[in-house]
Ligand binder design. Structure first.
Ligand code: SIN
Length: 475
């Protein structure tokens, strides 16, 4: 497979012939290397995208839609190969990787359907003096910066609607997991996507790359998924050029279990919300609020389920939790656990790193966690479940909302009316009510507060990659 930069339909080394070593997080050993681009390469890719974009925008929506549909089909046809790449460079269990490929491919199929339904409107002005015609042309060139936790899906969730709307893109894939991105670029070429519309430029100089890409005056929009901390920096840079942005940033999801919840369903949902994709998701349940009457049984059952997890190489038989992405991630998780214990939490199961090779952490449940301890205010991004018992619903909701993050929340109760009332009071863009997973290409993914700006997926997703133009006319 290709391991170079993709610019204008050509695969080439970066201008300085630098390479990025890609590691297998299950062993810490190198897998291969890929070309690293310079800031100049990023800017050149923007130029190339700008040259290719008008022709694509002028292509019939049905034709663009069929290219996206072919993108879905080829990803499905290459599920095993893509899933193996994901396991190798990210480490997640093979079943999760296959699930990711299906999820990632679905963004192409969903947006193939949206591409032929980008609607405008026409109306008579209240004064009666003119018609108001509204339509939605593409943005132009979109710069995309994607994370390592979903090497395929976080690319296609942006790429499919951007292409469907008639844009050209320049992608900076994560340096930890560039291989899946490059393979998706190659597959799109094979199904006939015209050259220059998708450009992929990995780099070791993220700051310089981004500055060069956004300073190029052809760039009209930035779509980013990653931490709130980095998102703030990118937003400041985008402000200099008043670029449109879509930002999918960090989370700190509360998972709320009321006394009347179905305990088995709540534990099953908790395991999904915490552990899917090795607990490295921004939608992951980060704090578990369990009502006093169920807190002990919930904690015990959750600890049993967490204790039963087989941790290991994602290719291993029965493994449901792979390695963390790198050694620093393991250290960061451990620091949060140590902080919670210092603040009075008990370790019910797990509680520390697993000796190498590779970057593993024990699935951990912490009991009697104090809401004020750092772990309740930081995105854990690892297999640790802090349980905070509660007695007063209003006080619990105040704690659940005591965060600048507002991506996801989860509520378990048999009383649907209460579930809906509580869901509406949680300040988060997505709520799982008696469900441990919310993500769906047909649903609007995104956060409130500092968890982000804009939405991906659903019908909203494709309009994010469009301008709105209004034409006043009379006849
Ligand atoms: C993310 O963690 O960034 C995305 C999670 C998802 O799509 O489910």
């Amino acid at each position: 497979m290709q391991t170079n930069l993709l610019i204008g339909g050509r695969w080439a080394d970066g201008s300085e012939n630098e390479r990025i070593t890609v590691l297998d997080p299950a062993t810490g050993e190198p897998i291969t290397d890929v070309a690293a681009g310079t800031p100049g390469d990023a800017s050149r890719a923007v130029d190339v995208a700008a040259a290719a974009q008008p022709g694509w925008a002028a292509t019939a929506p049905r034709v663009r839609s069929e290219v996206l549909r072919a993108g879905w089909q080829t990803m499905v046809d290459h599920t095993d190969e893509l899933a193996e790449l994901i396991v190798r460079e990210h480490g997640k269990p093979l079943a999760d990787a296959k699930g990711e490929v299906a999820y990632a491919a679905e963004f192409f199929r969903w947006n193939a359907e949206e591409t032929v339904r980008i609607h405008g409107s026409m109306g008579l002005a209240p004064s009666g003096d003119k018609r108001i015609i509204v339509h939605h042309p593409p943005m132009g060139v979109v710069v995309m910066v994607t994370p390592w936790n979903f090497p395929a899906a976080m690319i296609t969730r942006k790429l499919a609607p951007a292409l469907g709307a008639g844009n050209a893109v320049v992608i900076k894939p994560p340096r930890e997991t560039p291989l899946t991105a490059l393979r998706i670029g190659e597959l799109l070429e094979e199904v006939g996507l015209p050259p220059g519309l998708v450009n992929i430029v990995a780099t070791t100089d993220s700051g310089g790359w981004f500055d060069a890409a956004v300073d190029n005056t052809h760039t009209r929009m930035v779509s980013f998924t990653g931490s709130t901390e980095v998102g703030r920096v990118l937003l400041r840079r985008c402000a200099d050029r008043v670029l449109k942005t879509v930002m999918e940033l960090g989370g700190n999801a509360p998972f709320i279990v009321f006394d009347d919840a179905d305990l088995d369903a709540a534990v099953e949902g908790a395991m999904v919300a915490k552990m899917r994709h090795s607990a490295e998701t921004c939608t992951a349940a980060n704090r578990f609020y369990a009502e006093a009457g169920i807190a002990e049984s919930f904690t015990t059952a959750l600890a049993d389920a967490m204790g039963d997890i087989k941790v290991g190489n994602g290719f291993g038989e029965g493994v449901t939790c792979g390695p963390m992405i790198n050694a620093r991630a393991v250290d960061d998780i451990d620091e949060l656990v140590r902080g919670a214990v210092a603040a009075g939490a008990s370790i019910v199961v797990g509680g520390g790193p697993i000796d190498g090779p590779g970057f593993f952490y024990q699935p951990t449940v912490l009991g009697d966690v104090d809401h004020r301890s750092p772990i309740a205010h930081a995105e854990i991004f690892g297999p640790v479940a802090p349980v905070i018992p509660f007695t007063d619903t209003d006080a619990m909701i105040a704690q659940a909302n005591d965060t600048e993050m507002g991506l996801t929340g989860y509520v378990y109760t048999r009383d649907l009316a209460r579930g809906l009332r509580v869901s509406e009071r949680i300040q988060a863009g997505m709520i799982g009510l008696n469900r441990g997973a919310v993500s769906d290409p047909a649903a609007p993914f995104g956060g409130m507060k500092q968890s982000g700006l804009g939405r991906e997926g659903a019908s909203e997703g494709i309009y994010e990659f469009c301008e709105t133009q209004y034409i006043a006319t009379s006849w």
